[in-house]
Design a protein around this ligand. Structure first.
Ligand SMILES: [Zn+2]
Length: 314
């Protein structure tokens, strides 16, 4: 029958269909310089947590969100919010305690090769974090490369060995993955599926929705300048662009630019080709990470926007 007889969506329905998946990195008043732009102050984060708790939304872990997306259970996909953290910074344990004490589930994606290195979680802290009620641990690769630049063998190792290391350290299966720098594409996505992950988080700086791709769920990066007011607007559904499907063209163009720049510089990005894995400690050193984060910053200026898209952060 004519559409005019159907009830028009209300503002509440539209807001309920939007699923903000917040991406934090560090919560600190003295963040590591490599992550400062992506860091939230301790007092400010407490305000963000209050905004999330006071919203009408149900907070779920990333794994729970993905399970509901996979089931296409529309009724249980309305009015959700998801809090995620990437990288495994040492300050994430205190942030996780606050979330857990507030009754807000959250997911922490950990770069396994960074554990036990300076400014990052120790293995003991990671276990403590994982034991908090409502907290899920996800994988974020071994050494935080741009996965789309690796050959198949290195790509497989980055994805599988991270999962294996976390399972060995924590004693349970890891089902969720987050692409470092948000960099993904069909080949990377398939490698994550083949490794047994049930879902994966992208970046996109956009709002997820009930028909989102469970292997490229859109997230919204929380930057240093984002205050609780902006988080409240996001939760109310009055700000933030909806997610697109697939990679943006500019992301593909930026991948080509990254490769060209590295070849000019003679820098291969760390784990490309048949290069043997270095020791755990060497892999975990902060310099490699600093390089990556500088890349993230420069990607934003290249793209001329604070929204770095899939090639930017994460
Ligand atoms: Zn990351």
């Amino acid at each position: 029958m004519a559409d005019s007889s159907a009830p028009r969506p209300t503002r509440h329905d539209i807001a309920g269909d939007r699923i903000p998946v917040l991406l934090y990195h560090s919560v600190s008043d003295a963040p590591h310089p490599a992550i400062a732009e992506f860091s939230t102050g301790i007092g400010e984060f407490a305000e963000h947590v209050r905004a999330i708790a006071e919203s009408d939304r149900e907070a779920v872990t990333f794994g729970e969100l993905a399970a509901r997306l996979a089931a296409r259970d529309h009724a249980r996909l309305s009015g959700l919010v998801c809090v995620t953290f990437d990288d495994g910074w040492a300050d994430n344990l205190a942030a996780a305690r606050l979330l857990s004490e507030t009754g807000l589930p959250a997911t922490f994606f950990v770069t396994s090769g960074f554990v036990d290195s300076a400014a990052m979680l120790t293995t003991d802290e990671l276990r403590e974090l994982a034991a908090l009620p409502g907290i899920e641990i996800g994988a974020h690769s071994v050494s935080h490369p741009y996965l789309d630049e690796l050959d198949d063998r290195a790509l497989t190792r980055e994805v599988r060995e991270c999962r294996q290391w976390l399972r060995g350290a924590l004693g349970f299966e890891i089902d969720s993955f987050a692409y470092p720098h948000g960099a993904h594409g069909a080949r990377v996505r398939q490698a994550v599926i083949d490794a047994g992950f049930k879902s994966a988080a992208a970046v996109k700086n956009a709002i997820s929705h009930p028909r989102d791709d469970i292997y490229a769920v859109a997230r919204w990066t929380v930057l240093e300048q984002h205050d609780a007011g902006e988080v409240r607007e996001l939760l109310a559904g009055t700000s933030g662009q909806p997610a697109w499907s697939g990679e943006k063209l500019r992301t593909k163009a930026y991948r080509a630019f990254r490769r060209a720049r590295r070849s000019i510089r003679g820098v291969d990005g760390g784990l490309a080709g048949d290069e043997d894995y270095r020791s755990h400690e060497e892999r975990a050193n902060g310099h490699k990470f600093l390089d990556d984060k500088n890349d993230a910053v420069s990607s934003e200026s290249i793209e001329g926007t604070a929204s770095a898209g899939d090639g930017g952060d994460g």
